[in-house]
Structures are given as structure tokens and as C-alpha cells.
Design a protein around this ligand. Structure first.
Ligand SMILES: [Ca+2]
Length: 531
């Protein structure tokens, strides 16, 4: 059965190695009341000073979002073919499958540093300028004894380690097809490492750090681990993991300090946690992350784990059939995204979560502080299990939840949009507008959740005998969809559905989850009808 209150039992369940650190409830319970007052006061001041950030970015990113639509590229067509038989969510997903929305939004690394070599092909006899690693000697006999000046397409290095040790900063390094051992390089120079053409070299994982490096076009078969990094890009790779119980590897594991990271266009599947932020010692926030256009499929842990994130954009990702698997962790709480720690300025935009395997949506569970300037917009969470689409324990002041379609399972207590489940600190000024909600529940408690606006939602079931708000413009559900069932989970509104033309224009993002403009009055939910 699904566990609607997972963290309540975490205290009695051992946390397996490699799993995200999980803490119970809102973590400020151990902070003295005076300290909490000071913290909240400071937070309020900070909000006033910097309030535009997540919201402004949401608007700004609408524009880049639109541009991204026009930027379909070839980069991982192989991945597209590989996963093309699974679910469809409308054009949102189509975009992911054709290269993602990579680059949208403000956050994210630079990670370039390349010499501008294009990823052209060798047809016609020309090879792109750059250095070469060719362990299988496809283009000529490889040798790691060469200097960088001696390396060419015909005279390549054999190993990634040689490139890491010998390529000068700013180099583009093409890696030919073949199998490579894991690269361990604690401080990489600014190298742009690329799988050559469509050869997609297979690499047994990374353990790297450094500045301005990037990895594109690889197939990794073990964890991509980044520690102490700034300006890194992990893009258009496949991370193909193998379930092995408690030893199932994670996809991308991040250990601070870490800043300016882009994770885009990757296909990460069959692992434990797809994107894991570790805080093994003193807390060090992960700053300026852009995680967009990735596909996370059949992972058996918390899919994305955010622990002390600052200035993150999480956009246009697909979470496909992640959940509980006997050969990974049959007892995991399989959140699509679990946000813990004290976090600031997080935008979750146009993500698509669907599962038939127990997976669920977003869980906000602050610890050690609050989660401020959080915007959740244009997301779809659907699935056959009755579990939450978005749950907040407490401590997310000013959170904006707008134009989402939350239609997971059946409408029973503890599912859907569920706010204030474990109240140990205030959650003021929350905005809940223009959402389609199969179930809506706000719990009572010592620190009641309060709303700046809770209106213009389509609500199927509002949990009775709770302080769940009723807006004057709320509409009774259910909305009707084009096809909200597996495998398509198509959450576009059907002709005549409730919610069309019924959203609050002041709250609706300029573009919908497809990146399309509004048609007339904005519609409730993630997709604009007729756009
Ligand atoms: Ca409309």
C-alpha cells in the first residue's frame, strides 16, 4: 500500500547507504522559539528585498521556454528511439524526447570551455577539431604516451584519464565508441568531453570535480559523481543503471561545494536516486542549478533529492514509472522530488510525473530552516496509485502553486495537494490558484497554513472537516482530459471541460506547460486548451 505519511515512519527504518538523508517533520523543532522568530523576521526581510526572483524567473523563463521549443536538436535521438515506446504526455513530453528544454531558465552552469569544435561527422573525410580518445583504436592506434600536441583523430589517446591529465584547459575532447573504465579526477580542468558523433562511448561512471567541465553524449553504466565543482554540465547522456537491491547505484550524485550546474537532456533509468544531493558534513548549499529536459524512468529511490538548494530551475523533466521495485527497494517512499533542508528560490516548472508503479509527486519537507521563494507551476502529476501529487509539511512561506494538474489515483485522504501535514512552524501567504486538484486537503494544527490566495481551482474532492480553503471562483470537478490514463497520461483538457477559460489571468503563467501562449482567458491546469 502507499504510505501517505512516509516520514512518520522514517525514524524506525534504517537508511540504506547511498540513500538521501531523510529527516522527520519540519526540522525547526529543535530551534529555540526566539531563534525562530529572528529567522522568520530575516526571511521576511529577505523576501521583500528579493521577492521577484523565482516569480520573475518563472516569467522570464516562459520566454526561453518558448525559444527552447524551436530548438529541437539531434543530440540524443538514440535515447529518443530507445524510450519512444513509453508514455506520452502531449507536446510537453515530445519536447523532452527531442532534446529537452535544456538551457531554459537562469540557473545552471556555464561548463563550456570548449574550443568550439562542432560535433560534425566524419562523412566527407573531415573530423571536428579537437583532441581524441579512442580506446578501441577505431581511427588509428591509441597511446596514452602522447602529448596533447601529438593527439589527433588518427593518433588518439586510449583512456579518459590521459585526456584528464594531459588536455589543456579549454580543449574539446572527443571520445570514440567503446568501453572505458570510470574516470576519477577530483579537479578536472575546463574540458569539454563529448561522445564522438553518435558512437556513445560506454563509461563505468565518473568521480570528478573542478571548474567548467562538461560531459555530453556518453552512456554511463554507474554513478556520475560530482564533488567540489563549479560550472559543470552533464548533458544528453544516458545513465543506464542496474537494479541490485540496496546496492543499486544512483544516477548523478552531488557533494558540495557545488555551484552552476546544468543537468539537461539526460536519460537516467533503473537506478536508485536519479539525482542526489549529499550534505555529508557542514551544510553547503548547492547554488544555481538548472535541471531540465531530462527523463527519469524506472528508478526505485526518491527520484530527485534536493537538500539545501539555492536558485534552482527544475523544468520540463519527465518522471516516468518510477516507484517501488522489489529488486531496488520495495519500501522506498518514491517521491519524484523530495526537497529537504533549508532551500531558497526554487522553480519547478512544466515537469511531467506519471507512474503505474507507486511513484508520487513533490514532497516539501524543510529541515534546519524554511523553504522560501518556491514556485510550482505548470506541472502534471498523474498515476494509477492513490498518493500525493504535492505535499508540504510546513515552513514554505509564500509558496506559489499555480496552474498544475494534479490527478493522481483516487481522491482519498492524504493524496492530491496536501498542505500542513506536520506543523512545527508557520506556513503563511501560500498561493494556490488555477490548479486542477483531484483531492485537496489542508490540515489543522499548531501553525495553520494561511493563504494569500486560494481560488480558481477545479477541485474534485475537498477533504471534509479540515480547514481546506474554498475560493469564490473554485469550480467543482472533475475536469475531463484528452486521455488521462496509462500509458499516455495526456492531461490536456478535452473539449467542454470545466476549467477552460476559468483561470485567474493574474496568476497564470504567460505560457502553458507546452510553452504555448494563452487562448483568450487562461485555462485552469497545466495546458491551455486550443493552443
Ligand atoms: Ca483559454
Amino acid at each position: 500500500m502507499d504510505d501517505p505519511m512516509p516520514f512518520l515512519r522514517l525514524g524506525v527504518r534504517p537508511i540504506a547507504l547511498g540513500r538521501p538523508g531523510l529527516s522527520g517533520g519540519c526540522g525547526v523543532t529543535r530551534i529555540a522559539a526566539g531563534a525562530l522568530a529572528v529567522a522568520l523576521s530575516a526571511m521576511a526581510t529577505g523576501w521583500g528585498a528579493a521577492a521577484p526572483s523565482a516569480q520573475a524567473r518563472a516569467t522570464k523563463s516562459d520566454r526561453s521556454h518558448s525559444k527552447a521549443k524551436k530548438r529541437h536538436r539531434v543530440v540524443h535521438r538514440a535515447l529518443v528511439r530507445k524510450s519512444a515506446s513509453t508514455a506520452r504526455g502531449g507536446r510537453l513530453l515530445t519536447r523532452i524526447k527531442t532534446g529537452g528544454t535544456a538551457g531554459g531558465g537562469r540557473g545552471g552552469g556555464t561548463g563550456t570551455g570548449g574550443t568550439g569544435g562542432s560535433t560534425g561527422t566524419t562523412s566527407g573525410g573531415s573530423t571536428p577539431p579537437g583532441l581524441y580518445v579512442d580506446g578501441a583504436s577505431h581511427g588509428g592506434r591509441c597511446s596514452d604516451a602522447r602529448t596533447a600536441a601529438e593527439v589527433s583523430f588518427q593518433t588518439p589517446w586510449c583512456s579518459l584519464a590521459a585526456a584528464a591529465n594531459l588536455a589543456p584547459a579549454g580543449s574539446t575532447v572527443f571520445v570514440r565508441g567503446g568501453s572505458y573504465t570510470s574516470l576519477v579526477a577530483p579537479q578536472l580542468r575546463a574540458l569539454d568531453l563529448r561522445g564522438y558523433d553518435a558512437e556513445r562511448p560506454v563509461v563505468a561512471g565518473l568521480a570528478v570535480g573542478g571548474q567548467g567541465f562538461s560531459f555530453r553524449g556518453f552512456k554511463f553504466t554507474d554513478t556520475v559523481s560530482l564533488t567540489n565543482f563549479d560550472g559543470a554540465t552533464i548533458a544528453d547522456n544516458e545513465i543506464a543503471l542496474t537494479p541490485s537491491g540496496a546496492s543499486t547505484p544512483n544516477g548523478i550524485a552531488l557533494t558540495p561545494p557545488g555551484s552552476n550546474l546544468t543537468i539537461s537532456g539526460n536519460y537516467i533509468h533503473d537506478g536508485n536516486t536519479a539525482v542526489l544531493t549529499r550534505q555529508p558534513g557542514g551544510v553547503s548549499p548547492f547554488t544555481n542549478f538548472n535541471i531540465s529536459g531530462n527523463r527519469f524512468e524506472r528508478n526505485g529511490g526518491v527520484v530527485m533529492h534536493i537538500n539545501y538548494g539555492n536558485h534552482w530551475v527544475v523544468r520540463g523533466n519527465e518522471f516516468a514509472d518510477n516507484g517501488r521495485f522489489a529488486n531496488i527497494d520495495p519500501n522506498v517512499h518514491p517521491d519524484a522530488i523530495h526537497i529537504v533542508g533549508a532551500d531558497d528560490d526554487l522553480l519547478f516548472d512544466s515537469n511531467f510525473v506519471h507512474s503505474t508503479t507507486g511513484g508520487r509527486g513533490f514532497l516539501f519537507q524543510p529541515s534546519g530552516g524554511t523553504q522560501t521563494r518556491v514556485v510550482v507551476q505548470n506541472n502534471v502529476v498523474a498515476g494509477s496509485t492513490s498518493d500525493f501529487a504535492l505535499r508540504v509539511t510546513c515552513g514554505t512561506p509564500g509558496m506559489r502553486i499555480v496552474n498544475n494538474t494534479f490527478a493522481m489515483g483516487s481522491a482519498v485522504q492524504g493524496t492530491g495537494l496536501h498542505l500542513g501535514i506536520s506543523q512545527t512552524m508557520p506556513t503563511p501567504n501560500v498561493v494556490v490558484e488555477n490548479n486542477i486538484l483531484r483531492h485537496f486537503q489542508v490540515d489543522s494544527g499548531s501553525y495553520p497554513v494561511t493563504f494569500a490566495n486560494a481560488d480558481y481551482n477545479v477541485v474534485d474532492v475537498r477533504e471534509p472537516s479540515t480547514p481546506t480553503p474554498v475560493g469564490p471562483h473554485d469550480l467543482a470537478g472533475p475536469a475531463s482530459f484528452v486521455g488521462l490514463s496509462a500509458p499516455a497520461w495526456n492531461a490536456h483538457l478535452a473539449t467542454g471541460s470545466v476549467g477552460i477559460g476559468a483561470a485567474d489571468p493574474a496568476a497564470a503563467p504567460a505560457l502553458d506547460a507546452d510553452g504555448d501562449a494563452r487562448v483568450g482567458t487562461p485555462d485552469i491546469g497545466a495546458f491551455e486548451f486550443g493552443s
